[in-house]
Design a protein around this ligand. Sequence first.
Ligand SMILES: Nc1ncnc2c1ncn2[C@@H]1O[C@H](COP(=O)(O)OP(=O)(O)OP(=O)(O)O)[C@@H](O)[C@H]1O
Ligand SMILES: [Mg+2]
Length: 337
Amino acid sequence: MNTRNVACENAVIQVDNVYKSFGKVEALSGIDIQVESGIVFALLGPNGSGKTTLIRILTTLLRPDSGTATVGGFDAEREPDRLRPIIGLAGQYPAVDENLTGKENLEMVGRLYHLGRKQSILRATELLEQFELSDAARRRAKTYSGGMRRRLDLAAALVANPSILFLDEPTTGLDPRSRISLWEVIKSQAKQCNSVFLTTQYLEEADRLADRIAIMEKGKIIREGTPQELKDCCGGETQIKIRLTDRDQTSHASELLSEIAQGKLNQNSDMGVISFPTAAGTSMLADIVRKFDANGIQLAELGLTQPTLDDVFLAITGHTTEEEAGNDKKEVAGNKQ
Ligand SMILES: Nc1ncnc2c1ncn2[C@@H]1O[C@H](COP(=O)(O)OP(=O)(O)OP(=O)(O)O)[C@@H](O)[C@H]1O
Ligand SMILES: [Mg+2]
């Protein structure tokens, strides 16, 4: 969806035709984005698609070659001093001071924002509690795990109560459990900020956290919408998936299902797997069980699979995010700190 040059009164972030190159590399090739007030917006894209470059422009750390970006009504290039106080940023690599304790890190940020000594201490204590870091408050950050550092970095971004929060790949490098726990933190913090703009290369993360998602590839926004809209538009139908105990029964089972599958049945006889899209949901599962029972066909597995945003990326671009990342694929096993 092209939103270019359409002024939106409610837009808290407005990006119009932004270009940015580094030497011969065009990192951003005409970006247009509008983010309404009060939502979580996710920029989803593979490695090198330009996510960090855009975040750096929006947070005044980098100037665009052309085009405009405004945040909270302030132009990122011309009014950086007015823009900075209303935003918080947790960058792609946690920016905590390793030699300070968790508490000292947060107090230091408070002082940088001119909160005053007493207020800085109060705010640090409050945030350490919210982020479940109270027990580690007096330990140096260098002893923290990756997940703890991420939480501390996120807490630091919130010290000055920003109304717009930027998070660049907040959970990359974390194990699945830490990721899920950080999602909970982000969700609850999102309610306290006016708006959250996050980047991610995890489709599930965008799906879980965001009200709206823009999919980015090679410096361009290739699709934008709600998670549901993206699933609806781009081949993301709910599927019924069946695995048979005896794969030799695949053809017989497929025959029995041909009517309800309405010609959209996929079968893999080698695996004994059958799938087809459905809008009927769980009610159809009972019918299938009865039909198979009556015909002596045993089920090893039967279920509904929800579409993922990976399916959406594949439908739009013809390739998966992993294929796009190719050899540049970075390591995500916790060594990005
Ligand atoms: N300072 C820089 N100097 C040179 N090239 C750069 C610089 N910053 C970014 N690039 C290039 O611009 C492109 C976009 O990079 P960017 O960091 O914005 O991508 P990204 O989507 O954040 O990727 P990742 O998921 O790996 O963090 C890449 O080709 C990158 O190599
Ligand atoms: Mg990045």
